[in-house]
Design a protein. Structure first.
Length: 337
């Protein structure tokens, strides 16, 4: 075969492979915009945060409503989903107020914002975020909202990460932009360190007390905080992403079970005795669990065969029973009503 013929054949092969690759990319992109066969039905409609027996979550199934806040009856989470126009990476709501964390990646910058929305999902306040959305919570009264973002690193399992956590008064708009500025009491003494991180806020009903994780010197601690006094006090070690029970007697949290690895097991801590017990879920849970009621916790796990998607699971809070699938292709649950 002559040199010119070899070059002609090579050129044709390159063009053919390039066309095939482009076709596969376009096909995958198109498939990602369409509901997948056998997945939950999702249709556009009206979603509100009013007092009703509903479950809301962010829809993670492929299709035009991916990332949208969706709603289903709390008693039948497998029912067809109603999708709103609000899209978020993290969401939580209480008492008709919601917080939506948005991230819009760009080639050179990100437009990350926290939106405070009313019961009809209308934005009433908007705040810039200092990094990538991680955790979001609204106080039981709706008076306060909190969010955590990564400002360095993208995972709590990373060798190095830095967080920024803020609390906002949803009524006045007054913002505490960085909880690391709060005074810290550890073992009865004032504590200061340049490596302090605070993340994963959960609120009590008194519109002042909150709990969170404090990370410093290679250790994590559960802290109880006061918004009005701008203080946090350590209570227990190896506690991450706490979630206060509706009766305010227990904290659900993820406990690191292998040092140096991103492996956690969900536990529940009794606040009166500081005794803990593991839950029946054996998989590593990297989430801030939500109490559906005083007996049941919900949390997200990576979907099998789809690492960029999560499913919602539930487990009894007393350590008995077994995990149960609540909603496939979903994250950031909120129980309304």
């Amino acid at each position: 075969m002559t040199l010119s013929r070899r070059l002609l054949v090579l050129t044709a092969a390159v063009l053919l492979l390039g066309g095939l690759a482009a076709a596969l990319v376009l096909r995958a992109a198109a498939r990602g915009d369409r509901p997948q066969p056998g997945g939950p039905a999702v249709t556009a409609g009206s979603v509100t945060l009013g007092p009703q027996d509903r479950l809301t979550f962010l829809n993670a199934t492929p299709g035009p409503h991916r990332g949208a806040l969706t709603s289903v009856p709390a008693g039948t989470p497998e029912a067809p989903r109603t999708a709103s126009d609000l899209t978020c990476q993290r969401f939580h709501a209480a008492a008709g107020t919601g917080v939506c964390l948005r991230s819009t990646p760009g080639a050179l910058a990100q437009d990350n914002r926290a939106l405070i929305v009313d019961a009809d999902l209308r934005t009433v306040r908007s705040f810039p975020l200092a990094g990538t959305p991680s955790r979001a919570r609204v106080s039981p009264s709706g008076r306060f909202a909190a969010w955590t973002v990564f400002v360095a690193g993208e995972s709590y399992g990373a060798a190095f990460f830095s967080t920024r956590t803020a609390i906002v008064d949803t009524r006045s708009g007054a913002l505490e932009p960085d909880l690391e500025k709060f005074a810290i009491s550890m073992d009865g003494r004032e504590y200061r360190s340049a490596d302090v991180n605070l993340w994963g806020v959960t609120f009590a009903k008194d519109d002042d007390t909150f709990y969170a994780t404090l990370g410093t010197a290679g250790q994590t601690h559960l802290v109880r905080g006061s918004i009005s006094r701008r203080t946090v006090t350590t209570l227990a070690q190896n506690v991450e992403c706490p979630s206060l029970s509706p009766d305010e007697t227990r904290i659900a949290y993820k406990k690191r079970v292998q040092r140096g690895a991103a492996l956690w097991r969900e536990h529940v801590l009794d606040l009166a005795t500081l005794r803990e017990h593991p839950l029946a879920e054996k998989h590593s849970v990297d989430d801030q669990a939500l109490w559906l009621d005083d007996r049941t916790l919900a949390y997200a796990l990576p979907a099998e065969g789809a690492p960029d998607t999560t499913d919602l699971w539930t487990v009894p809070a007393d350590g008995t029973g077994a995990p149960r699938l609540l909603a496939p292709g979903a994250s950031s649950p909120t129980r309304l009503g």
